[in-house]
Design a protein around this ligand. Structure first.
Ligand SMILES: *[C@@H]1O[C@H](CO)[C@@H](O)[C@H](O)[C@H]1NC(C)=O
Ligand SMILES: *[C@@H]1O[C@H](CO)[C@@H](O)[C@H](O)[C@H]1NC(C)=O
Ligand SMILES: *[C@@H]1O[C@H](CO)[C@@H](O)[C@H](O)[C@H]1NC(C)=O
Ligand SMILES: *[C@@H]1O[C@H](CO)[C@@H](O)[C@H](O)[C@H]1NC(C)=O
Ligand SMILES: *[C@@H]1O[C@H](CO)[C@@H](O)[C@H](O)[C@H]1NC(C)=O
Ligand SMILES: *[C@@H]1O[C@H](CO)[C@@H](O)[C@H](O)[C@H]1NC(C)=O
Ligand SMILES: *[C@@H]1O[C@H](CO)[C@@H](O)[C@H](O)[C@H]1NC(C)=O
Ligand SMILES: *[C@@H]1O[C@H](CO)[C@@H](O)[C@H](O)[C@H]1NC(C)=O
Ligand SMILES: *[C@@H]1O[C@H](CO)[C@@H](O)[C@H](O)[C@H]1NC(C)=O
Ligand SMILES: *[C@@H]1O[C@H](CO)[C@@H](O)[C@H](O)[C@H]1NC(C)=O
Ligand SMILES: *[C@@H]1O[C@H](CO)[C@@H](O)[C@H](O)[C@H]1NC(C)=O
Length: 820
């Protein structure tokens, strides 16, 4: 039951926090209920909190800024930094916050007064009845100024004056009488809430549009077709959100609601110019990205500014073109590269200027094109005009670019060859490198010397080290010293793979046993607790579970030592991701792997002393020994990592597609979450392909849907079998496996079998009824295959070396991951 306790703590902690804060209220009255009445004011060290504690209003200071603002932020959804959702005085910062106040005047105006009691911001509203107005912060994030005598009369509300965030229940409207649209405008940078360059608004004829600098459109939602916006399939009504669009002669607006009222969500236009719909997951304590538009940050107009290049082949980062430097490095560091780059050396404006060749580019906007018959002529026409900054030559002619170069992208493949004009000194300075070669030789010699010194040291130390440094602890586990493991793994030189918890290295013990050493990352537990947990894991032994041999705990280093599995992980055989994988797994082997894995999980869930939920079942975590017998790896780590575990889990890109819906909907996780992931994996064992794949035309192809449709249509179950098996499979086994998989991925966990039942189905002792089509599959079948759940941070995290490109919103959606 250890894991149940673990998850309870996820739910308890915010409550504890809340209790702590409310008890604090009585001590120093820093929090004033949720209401301010006429004549009252709020000072810099006071806040008001909404009734159920979702939101808080008060003074805040973004980052290291010296400017202060009044705003609303999430109180419950809190991770390190405040998530500010509304700012009153975004263009009029407060300089001296301790002498300023937010005051509700008797005449019904809400104002921010500076030290000299001069209003620097005002709602400009008036109450019909003087002295009776009151200000209330709602649990929906709306700050309402209302008539105290009749609370249904709203004088002013923050939902009508959004900054960069749009909430469930708020409208983002176009007023057909004043012909004005409400806008969401991005912050300038992460420390400056003043209006940035990007905005979102409703245009009566074209739907919602994203604009750069108030004029240049770069994305549109398409028009409302009665059900949704044509280009945003994510915004169709379905199980999490209820979207509606209204249009009459006075106004048109769009609004949305969450069907689960406890779910916190927001839609924000962020400083990179993308709109992002985010969901707060209490279990993982982080904001999870539901969708972002445009999908790629590089497609945001002028995101990298003039002469900046967006790297869409990799992580959507910006760099200056060669010969250029950041106009404001400070802004770039605050996440705002929109100022772009400037020349390091100005042009000479003659024939002496040079060109840098840049292949694989998506060309900048606003070119001037004409036909010429040679590259040389194209080049010379650029040289002849000093405001020409670049040229490109192709079979269709010559293109020249004058003034600023905007929207240059480094592409994955294809693209144009672009020639960027730079001053002659820029080219020669990069050639000067050759003069550095003595330095390089020196450095190499130094490194060699150091290396030999290290070798000598290691050699001497190996000679003198004690013969046996490791010792046995409880039961069968060995406590290794870090040095033992350094030697065994040849100083961690042969990496077998890397996953969410750290990297795994191959090693050999002195008795020539092969081992796999996992270097854990992100463990904050103390040594005593770590040893206790590890010895629990050590007692869990089963033929279908990878055996823990020992561990190492020294200083802040935490390592686990496992038996080495000769045939690596299941994914490398199923999807043939590693070149060394040889034969196709035949049906018999696959079926045995399916049963073995199910047995291992059933043991974890039902038979060992402390029930263990694995939480991360996927082919990467099923290892195969020399006889291709499956062994489940990485169990029990949830306990070691504690709360961090689920954070780690959802940041991992490879996990998407195996996560049960309850990870997203926020209910407690039970062993049935593993059943779901197992079902997803079973489909992959049958089909020999990833469930989620992107087809050539960019459509997302979800295999279980196809399979379920095929079988529902009365088709042969053999049609879903891996084509490499050429139909060689036992029909009865194939049918059992397919039905078990379908039952395992039922939306409602009550309908999923236990792992024990799965074993019985696969062993033929229990017959599975024909399964209903899971709801999630129906949604996929209805062409909503692009539901994507992945964490916000997975966009920016590039530190998982093996995680390739899955689910990064900045790259193509569904390539396979090769993490282990
Ligand atoms: C708030 O700040 C003011 C001025 O610095 C101080 O006098 C007051 O005691 C503070 N109140 C609380 C509750 O900390
Ligand atoms: C909080 O924000 C600051 C500056 O914006 C940033 O440097 C820091 O990493 C953030 N901390 C967390 C926990 O997100
Ligand atoms: C208060 O604001 C007014 C108007 O902006 C300005 O003239 C005055 O100097 C400010 N006072 C202080 C103390 O900042
Ligand atoms: C209130 O009125 C002043 C003066 O007309 C104006 O500058 C300010 O922008 C208005 N404030 C709001 C919140 O609309
Ligand atoms: C409300 O009263 C304040 C000060 O008494 C005044 O400056 C402001 O203009 C009034 N607001 C309106 C909307 O009348
Ligand atoms: C409050 O205002 C609403 C809308 O203006 C009105 O319909 C209602 O009768 C008012 N209630 C009272 C008690 O005055
Ligand atoms: C945005 O537009 C304004 C005028 O429309 C112009 O003055 C300004 O330079 C533009 N900003 C950028 C970054 O191009
Ligand atoms: C969705 O919103 C509409 C209009 O606001 C409402 O009638 C409907 O009941 C809502 N549906 C759900 C499932 O909440
Ligand atoms: C907006 O108002 C104009 C008249 O000002 C009217 O012709 C048009 O139909 C209205 N739009 C909608 C969507 O009702
Ligand atoms: C539009 O506004 C007019 C005038 O305020 C009002 O009479 C009419 O009922 C409104 N129409 C709708 C559909 O709300
Ligand atoms: C250079 O090109 C720009 C843009 O085409 C044009 O306006 C300008 O007159 C040209 N200058 C010369 C000297 O030809």
């Amino acid at each position: 039951m250890g894991d149940l306790k673990l998850h309870m703590s996820f739910f308890l902690s915010p409550m504890l926090l809340f209790l702590f804060i409310s008890s604090k209220t009585h001590l120093c009255s820093a929090v004033i209920a949720d209401t301010i009445s006429a004549g009252q004011s709020l000072t810099a060290n006071q806040t008001i909190v909404s009734k159920n504690g979702n939101f808080e209003l008060g003074f805040f200071t973004p980052g290291k800024s010296l400017k202060h603002y009044v705003g609303i932020w999430f109180k419950k959804a809190f991770v390190g930094n405040r998530t500010v959702v509304w700012v009153a005085n975004r263009d009029h910062p407060i300089i001296d916050q301790y002498s300023s106040e937010l005051k509700l005047l008797q005449n019904g105006s809400l104002v921010i007064l500076n030290k000299s009691k001069i209003p620097i911001w005002s709602t400009n509203s008036t109450s019909r009845v003087s002295k009776s107005s009151e200000l209330v912060l709602g649990d929906d994030g709306n700050l309402v100024l209302r008539d105290g005598s009749n609370s249904s009369v709203v004088i002013w509300q923050s939902f009508d004056h959004p900054t960069d965030t749009w909430f469930p229940g708020a409208k983002l409207k176009y007023d057909n009488i004043t012909k004005k649209a409400q806008k969401l405008v991005s912050w300038k940078n992460s420390e400056d809430p003043s209006p940035g360059l990007f905005s979102l608004e409703l245009k009566p004829d074209s739907g919602y549009v994203l604009m750069w600098n108030g004029s240049q459109e770069y994305w549109t939602s398409g028009v409302w077709d009665g059900q949704g916006f044509s280009l945003v399939p994510e915004m169709r009504p379905r199980f999490l959100f209820n979207f509606t669009f209204e249009s009459n002669e006075n106004e048109s607006y769009f609004t949305y609601d969450t069907t689960n009222k406890n779910l916190l969500s927001r839609l924000v236009i962020d400083i990179s110019g993308q709109i992002k719909q985010l969901l707060w997951l209490e279990q993982t304590k982080m904001w999870n990205l539901f969708f972002s538009k445009p999908l790629k940050r590089c497609d945001v107009y002028a995101y990298c500014g003039p002469f900046g290049r967006c790297n869409s082949a990799q992580d959507s980062s910006c760099q200056c073109l060669q010969g250029f430097k950041e106009r404001s490095l400070e802004d770039w560091n605050l996440g705002d590269p929109s100022g772009g780059c400037v020349r390091k050396t100005s042009l000479q404006c003659g024939n002496r200027d040079r060109f840098f060749q840049m292949p694989g580019m998506k060309s900048p906007v606003n070119s001037v094109s004409f036909a010429v018959d040679s590259v040389a002529k194209c080049k010379s026409s650029c040289l002849s005009n000093c405001s020409c900054n670049a040229y490109a030559y192709s079979s269709t002619g010559c293109s020249l670019w004058f003034d600023h170069l905007l929207n240059i992208q480094q592409l994955d493949s294809g693209g144009d060859e672009l020639y960027i004009r730079v001053a002659p000194s820029e080219v020669s300075s990069s050639k000067k490198k050759s003069t550095h070669w003595p330095v390089i030789v020196g450095a190499i010699a130094g490194a060699l010397a150091l290396f030999s010194l290290v070798l000598i040291l290691i050699w001497t130390w190996r000679k003198w080290r004690p013969v046996e440094t490791s010792k046995k602890v409880e039961g069968s586990l060995t406590a290794f010293t870090y040095r033992d493991l350094q030697i065994a793994t040849k100083n961690f030189s042969e990496r077998l793979g890397s996953g969410a918890f750290g990297s795994v290295f191959k090693g050999v013990l002195s008795n020539s046993t092969l081992i796999a050493v996992k270097k854990l990352e992100g463990i904050t537990q103390g040594e005593k607790q770590f040893r206790a947990e590890v010895s629990t894991i050590g007692t869990i032994q089963h033929v279908n579970l990878v055996r823990l041999r020992g561990f190492c705990s020294e200083g802040n280093k935490r390592l686990l030592v496992y038996d080495h599995m000769e045939n690596r992980s299941l994914n490398s055989h199923l999807f043939r991701e590693h070149e060394e994988s040889k034969a196709v797994l035949d049906w018999k082997t696959r079926y045995n792997i399916a049963i073995g894995t199910a047995r291992g999980l059933a043991y974890l869930h039902e038979e060992c002393r402390d029930c263990i939920i694995h939480c991360d079942i996927k082919p990467e975590n099923i290892l195969l020994d020399a006889d291709l017998c499956p062994k489940v790896a990485d169990f029990g780590l949830a306990k070691l990592i504690g709360r961090e575990f689920s954070r780690v889990l959802t940041t991992m890109r490879g996990t998407r597609g195996y996560l049960a819906p309850e990870w997203i909907s926020g209910v407690a996780i039970t062993a049935k979450a593993d059943v779901y992931s197992y079902g997803m994996m079973l489909f992959e064992i049958i089909s020999g392909r990833r469930n989620l794949e992107q087809t050539e035309n960019g459509k997302i192809d979800f295999f279980p849907t196809q399979a379920a449709k095929e079988v529902a249509r009365g088709g042969d179950v053999r049609a879903i079998l891996d084509s490499q098996l050429e139909g060689n499979a036992d029909t009865k086994e194939l049918t059992s496996a397919f039905r078990a998989a379908c039952w395992c991925i039922q939306e409602d966990e009550i309908h999923r079998p236990t792992m024990g039942q799965v074993v019985q189905i696969l062993e033929g002792f229990l017959e599975a009824r024909p399964p209903p089509m899971p709801r999630s599959l129906q949604l996929f079948a209805e062409g909503e295959g692009n539901i994507r759940f992945f964490s916000e941070s997975s966009i920016d995290i590039t530190s998982f070396p093996h995680s390739s490109t899955i689910s990064s919103s900045t790259s193509s959606q569904s390539k396979a991951s090769t993490g282990t």
